[in-house]
Ligand binder design. Structure first.
Ligand code: EPZ
Length: 427
């Protein structure tokens, strides 16, 4: 298994390109199942999870063709053709490796009236049930059966009637699934307390480009008027706001000065506000965000929340940054029940963090020390990379396959702005 080796203490500076958003790509790819015509996605990030989703689509009988990807390019163009599906089943061995596979449930029911998807099981950051996905699907007319670790969803008569549903809590994936099922329903569906993440907006915009009728895009109430069928389209994946936020933390923790190129600043308001409160200078220049940290970092009190609040996917990265702040920070993780797996690893590098329930108190220390550490989940592994960039000495991050799920060519991007970082196989 690969490791990443970092010799810390280098101030990062320069321009760093931001890739297409993983969490948008993983909900745009299954949209191709809703039409017999080709869906072409541009700015698709080169990530393990994107490859896994492509294999799942192939398993269902769709072809996925990568076009014009020169090795030096960031991102790729993929055309997905789901003219003829040969299966409506997402098997356990695929779903257990990538939870986002559950996002074929809605489009398969919306396309042909049936889906059989393995229950995903938990993951490192929590048990992450899918009860809200199923309740929302039932509310728009799907019949749900659970058996032998699989969920079978069917549309009576082959086409969903549509219906109304108000989510009891905000769920990104469940909102995505029910929207993708409702766009080809017979009637109108009203979804209340829908997730408003930019990735949901990207999904709705792509579906509209394919002929769907959706109003309230970007709000917590989506009104979807079903249409007979969708047509193909060409659509560009939005920039990755979490990748951008992660590299903003890299500038902050190394006292660096980075220009993040190709971002959508409006998607990053909560992150920008938190960075400024921490004493980081942020300059907005169109689709370039300049992040400069000449002085000491100030402590913060932060709680994660659904968009437009502070993203749970940014919590681990900010925690790494705040281990070097001048004072004590208080972080509260309100979305997942076990998203502090990075804490013991950061502590091995000298961080002073105390976790009680969903709250972590981070007391700033003068410096971090490089150490061998272990990645446990995607964003936790990024927090260890960030700590390694600032630590004195060498840090080795093991199990970097977690990182490859969500960060395109991470070490190349960081090397280009001055980091002493390399990937080593377990030779
Ligand atoms: C998406 O996961 C993202 N993944 C996550 O990013 C992100 O952390 C999360 O949204 C929150 O923003 C993708 O988009 C592929 P949820 P998702 O449904 O959809 C509970 C990353 O690092 N819940 O919004 O699974 C759930 O347990 C990943 O890129 C139910 O109880 O998140 C959690 O506590 C990690 N029942 C809360 O809701 C359900 O049926 C929010 O989960 C569904 C969710």
């Amino acid at each position: 298994m690969d490791r990443i080796i970092i010799r810390g203490g280098k101030r990062l500076s320069g321009r760093l390109p931001i890739s297409g958003a993983k969490n948008a790509a993983l909900t745009l790819m299954p949209c191709a199942l809703l039409t017999e015509e080709p869906l072409t996605l541009r700015n698709l990030p080169r990530l393990a999870d994107v490859d896994s989703f492509g294999h799942l689509l192939n398993q269902l009988g769709a072809s996925t063709q990568i076009e014009g990807a020169r090795p030096e390019d960031f991102g790729r163009v993929m055309t997905i053709r789901a003219g003829k599906l040969t299966s409506t089943e997402a098997p356990y061995d695929i779903v257990r490796k990538m939870r986002a596979s559950i996002l074929v449930l809605g489009p398969l029911v919306g396309r042909g009236g049936e889906a059989v998807v393995s229950l995903p099981g938990g993951c490192a950051i929590g048990n992450r049930p899918i009860d809200l996905h199923l309740k929302a699907m039932e509310a728009i007319g799907a019949e749900i059966e659970l058996a032998a670790g699989y969920v079978k969803a069917t549309a009576p008569g082959g086409r969903l009637p549509g219906g109304d549903y108000v989510f009891p809590i905000v769920s990104v994936g469940a909102t995505e699934n029910v929207v993708m099922a409702a766009v080809t329903a017979r009637g109108v569906s009203r979804i209340g307390n829908a997730a408003r993440e930019p990735e949901i907006v990207d999904l709705c915009n792509c579906l509209v480009a394919m002929g769907a009728k959706i109003s309230g895009i970007g709000t917590e109430t989506l009104i979807i008027t079903g249409v007979e069928r969708l047509h193909g389209a060409t659509y560009a994946v939005m920039p990755d706001r979490i990748e951008a936020g992660s590299y903003a933390c890299a500038a902050a923790i190394t006292g660096g000065d980075l220009e993040l190129a190709g971002v959508d600043i409006e998607d990053m308001r909560a992150t920008i506000t938190a960075l400024v409160q921490a004493g980081v200078e942020v300059e907005e220049k169109g689709d370039v965000l300049r992040v400069n940290a000449p002085g000491p970092l100030k402590p913060l009190t932060l709680a994660t929340a659904p968009f437009p609040g502070f993203a749970t996917d940014m919590q681990a990265q900010f925690m790494a940054m705040l281990t070097l702040a001048e004072g004590a920070s208080v972080l509260t993780e309100t979305i997942f029940e076990n998203r502090y797996m990075h804490v013991p690893e950061l502590a091995r590098m000298g961080a002073d963090i105390h976790v009680s329930g969903r709250t972590a108190v981070v007391r700033g220390v003068a410096k971090l020390n490089g150490a061998p550490v272990m990645a446990t989940d995607l964003r936790a592994s990024m927090s260890l990379i960030l700590a390694g960039l600032a630590a004195e000495g060498e840090t080795q991050v093991a199990r970097v396959y977690h990182l490859d799920r969500g960060y395109e060519r991470l070490e190349e991007k960081l090397q280009a702005v001055g980091a002493d970082i390399e990937r080593a196989g377990d030779g």
